[in-house]
Design a protein around this ligand. Structure first.
Ligand SMILES: Cc1cc2nc3c(=O)[nH]c(=O)nc-3n(C[C@H](O)[C@H](O)[C@H](O)COP(=O)(O)OP(=O)(O)OC[C@H]3O[C@@H](n4cnc5c(N)ncnc54)[C@H](O)[C@@H]3O)c2cc1C
Length: 439
């Protein structure tokens, strides 16, 4: 029996499946509708400049993604800027864990944080207690808001909401507590590395998709870009197939042949993310006044718990990622022009102008920029599936010889690059099981 597999979709899930299948000795035929790989996590050209199709960040706990990069010869330390788990606010002291957050040091740093009063600090014990409870209750799920009931509003807005929105892209009153607890568990499994942020230093396409396609080609994979599959009949029926397309596309392709699986995939709802890229000139701030510009990641915490939002909740200072600059970090903070990406998680995709206007206003009033220029705004309507408590996700196996992978397929992670990569690896593992059963 020859080991040939067709993989439809060259997003991060499809690429992971293709790499793993190749390593397992399969000959891969990869079909992708777009002219480039990467799916939702790639770079796009706008007026001659490259921007990411939405600003992405990883965390150190994304082990499968980082290992896969290494497996094809990439060096994550050259691709990402690693930053401690920290962010600033437009006003007041920043939030941050120390560089070596062993449990005692973490607790000490939180207790020393000037942002919170004594009662609020005491209520910090509650999330820890709730989190342990959720990890023990593996069979049940609840919402993140219910899980953290009783925690002070300030702590919810300053710490829990930013973590939940950035990881699950779902409002707290609907977000799955068990998925959130799982991400936190992994993030704190091996501090400080596991909980650090990894910000891309290069365009996203250069970080993984382009190199993966080259790696696959050099190992005999047949890659067809610019070919859309509209029906399963268009695929070689003699070879197993992995559908690595988004949930709604997979649901469409399987509607007639596998209606139950299709209904589950179709039942997921999706949320939009808006990313506004802009640049401006930093105002000369009186010494010690501006706290915002001293952090690479800014959390606009007054807009944390909104659904269908038009206000950015996060700002990422992109200058600090431009490694080619010989300037030290202090000089970078005041370098001109300043480049920022302002992000609206759970955005209202139909209010583009409001989103842009609010981003420009925030850049002026809170980031203290002037002469602000909009560079690029991208709103991905179905950026991530809504990771709600009790959300039913479809399994990897659709039928004999037909598998699915993607960030929405059953798994421990929310809609993230790590979730996509893990599902791709799982689908490739299923291929081998099918093959050994048939042999
Ligand atoms: C704006 C934005 C910000 C994000 N931020 C983060 C972040 O900070 N951290 C993080 O971890 N994750 C983030 N994500 C989520 C992450 O990008 C996704 O989870 C991940 O890219 C999904 O990969 P995938 O392979 O499952 O799906 P996709 O990327 O959607 O890939 C599917 C591929 O299938 C192709 N395709 C579709 N239909 C067909 C067809 N009929 N025939 C052939 N090919 C087809 C598509 O063109 C695409 O290339 C963000 C997403 C967005 C949009």
């Amino acid at each position: 029996m020859t080991k040939e597999v067709t993989i439809v979709g060259a997003g991060w899930a499809g690429l992971a499946a293709a790499i793993k299948a190749t390593q397992q000795g399969w000959t891969v035929h990869l079909i992708e509708a777009a002219q480039t790989g990467g799916g939702r996590a790639k770079s796009v050209k706008h007026r001659g400049e490259l921007f990411d199709n939405g600003q992405h960040a990883l965390i150190g706990a994304y082990h499968e993604t980082l290992s896969l990069m290494k497996a094809i010869g990439l060096e994550p330390d050259e691709l990402f800027e690693r930053q401690g788990l920290a962010w600033g606010y437009a006003s007041g002291p920043p939030f941050g864990l120390p560089k070596d957050p062993l449990p005692f040091k973490t607790l000490r740093s939180l207790l020393m944080n000037a942002r919170y009063g004594p009662l609020e600090k005491l209520s910090l014990l509650k999330p820890v207690q709730c989190w342990i409870k959720q990890l023990l209750m593996t069979q049940t799920d609840t919402t993140v808001a219910q899980l953290f009931h009783g925690v002070s509003d300030t702590l919810m807005r300053d710490i829990i909401s930013p973590l939940c929105l950035s990881a699950l892209n779902t409002p707290l009153d609907r977000a799955s507590a068990s998925t959130f607890a799982r991400v936190l568990k992994d993030a704190f499994s091996n501090p400080p590395d596991s909980c650090s942020f990894l910000f891309p230093k290069k365009p996203l396409s250069e970080i993984f998709p382009i190199r993966s396609l080259e790696w696959l080609k050099s190992r005999g994979a047949r890659i067809e870009l610019g070919r859309r599959i509209d029906s399963l009949h268009d695929i070689d029926v003699n070879a197993p197939c992995i559908l690595a397309v988004p949930a709604w596309q997979a649901a469409k392709l399987t509607r007639d042949s596998h209606p139950n699986w299709s209904d589950t995939a179709d039942g997921l709802t999706h949320k939009a993310i808006a990313s506004v890229y802009l640049k401006g000139v930093a105002k000369e701030a009186p010494q010690g006044k501006s706290t915002a510009l001293q952090s690479q990641l800014i959390c606009f915490n007054e807009h944390m718990e909104l659904d269908n939002c038009v206000h950015p909740q996060f700002g990422i200072h992109l200058n600090a990622l431009k490694k080619q600059s010989p300037l030290g970090s202090a000089a970078l903070q005041t370098a001109n022009p300043q480049h920022w990406a302002l992000i609206v998680s759970v955005a209202d995709p139909f209010r583009r102008q409001d989103i842009i206007q609010n981003a420009m206003d925030l850049a002026r009033t809170q980031l203290e920029l002037q002469a602000i220029e909009l560079q690029f705004c991208t709103i991905e309507k179905r950026a991530t599936f809504s990771c709600e408590a009790h959300a039913k996700r479809p399994p990897t196996v659709i039928a004999q010889g037909l598998f699915a992978c993607g960030d929405y397929v059953q798994g421990p992670y929310p809609s993230t690059l790590e979730g996509a990569v893990r599902s791709g690896l799982r689908a490739a593992a299923c291929l081998d099981e099918t093959h050994s059963n048939a042999a």
